[in-house]
Design a binder for this molecule. Structure first.
Ligand SMILES: NC(=O)c1ccc[n+]([C@@H]2O[C@H](COP(=O)([O-])OP(=O)(O)OC[C@H]3O[C@@H](n4cnc5c(N)ncnc54)[C@H](O)[C@@H]3O)[C@@H](O)[C@H]2O)c1
Length: 328
């Protein structure tokens, strides 16, 4: 079925389109449930058969249990289906990509899963359809997706929509959630932006900040996490100094935080953990390398944070031996 972006807009407006969410992990699963709960027709697609079978048996992980009620009613209503593969649709399709983006190595590129999910979407989609990337990607990934779409015979921004709308979720944060975190978005054209606004009205009340290029949105996403990484490494190094000085780092930070401007408190820990903070800033390092430069601040922050667990364990060893304790 050939269609236009305008027809897709009409389809989405009347809730007749099909949304395929690729990757039903930490990011994709709540999104699929949310969109289906808001009345959209959603297919959750995951290559992991065990995950798909488990969800089809209505078995949720501990981290997914809070969604059980909405998940079950979305499935019962038929608005949410879970499969291993995308399927062709009579109506417009929107593919939302929520697959992993690993740290690139010699043998793996960060966009390996993004590319494979886009390939499978392109095998079953039509002119007029849309791809939205939510995964945190390396700079240039959205532009290479454009090349893939055009190689499949579509014209991005004319008869096919492309957007990058990165997820900003902060695990365990109860104040800022999927529903109220604003999103930075790049859209290939104005009609696609209108479509995205309707879709995300069901997610975060369309609180979208549109930027002028895909690269701007990609760098913004990684830079946000680089900001946290660098500040965590700064405060961890401060904690090591305070340790040597035998003063309390927390007291220093809380005192500094009384300054009403130009200071944001971060607290020491065992390095920068979680899924995204140690990973996404590396995408900026990779990008800098391509221009023969080094993003030294990020490079140093990664080094400092990887040293912190060693420092802590040496410190614990020291306490154990000074107190004649034994390790068990
Ligand atoms: N976890 C977070 O807190 C968080 C926050 C913001 C952004 N992100 C980003 O979102 C993306 C997804 O992260 P996540 O934490 O949800 O990952 P995850 O590992 O929890 O889930 C990813 C899912 O994608 C599936 N998958 C892999 N390749 C696929 C393909 N070709 N087609 C369909 N499914 C496929 C996997 O089987 C898995 O179930 C990453 O880029 C990540 O950096 C994560």
């Amino acid at each position: 079925m050939m269609s236009s972006l305008q027809e897709t807009l009409n389809n989405v407006n009347s809730y007749e389109s099909l949304i395929e969410v690729f990757g039903l992990g930490y990011v994709g699963f709540p999104l699929a449930v949310r969109l289906a709960s808001m009345g959209m027709n959603v297919r959750g697609v995951d290559v992991d058969e065990n995950r798909v079978n488990r969800l089809n048996r209505n078995e949720l992980l501990e981290t997914e249990r809070n969604l059980k009620g909405s998940f079950l009613s979305a499935k019962t209503s038929g608005r949410l289906r879970i499969t291993t593969k995308p399927t062709p649709s009579e109506t417009a399709k929107i593919g939302i990509i929520c697959v992993p983006t690993p740290i690139p190595t010699k043998s793996i590129t960060s966009n390996i899963h993004v590319n494979s999910s886009i390939k499978s979407f392109l095998n079953t989609c039509n002119t007029g359809d849309i791809i939205i990337i939510e995964s945190s990607v390396e700079v240039g990934t959205t532009d290479s997706t454009r090349t893939m779409i055009e190689a499949a015979g579509h014209k991005v921004g004319k008869n096919f929509g492309l957007a990058f709308c990165p997820e900003r979720i902060d695990p365990q944060n109860t104040r800022w959630t999927l529903e109220n975190i604003p999103r930075v978005v790049y859209c290939s054209d104005d009609t696609t932006f209108k479509i995205i606004k309707i879709i995300y009205s069901n997610v975060n009340n369309s609180n979208l900040i549109r930027v002028s290029s895909a690269k701007t949105a990609e760098v913004t996403k990684s830079f946000e996490n680089a900001f946290r990484l660098v500040n965590i490494s700064l405060v961890n190094e401060l904690a090591i100094l305070c340790d040597h000085l035998q003063i309390n780092a927390r007291e220093v930070i809380d005192a500094a935080a009384t300054k009403p401007f130009g200071f944001m408190p971060f607290y020491p820990g065992a390095g920068a953990g979680g899924h995204c903070i140690p990973k996404d800033p590396r995408f900026l390092l990779e990008s800098s390398k391509k221009f023969g430069s080094q993003f030294t601040t990020i490079h140093n922050a990664l080094e400092i944070n990887s040293y912190v667990p060693i420092y802590i364990s040496e410190h614990v060893d020291d306490i154990i031996s000074k107190n004649n304790l034994t390790k068990s």
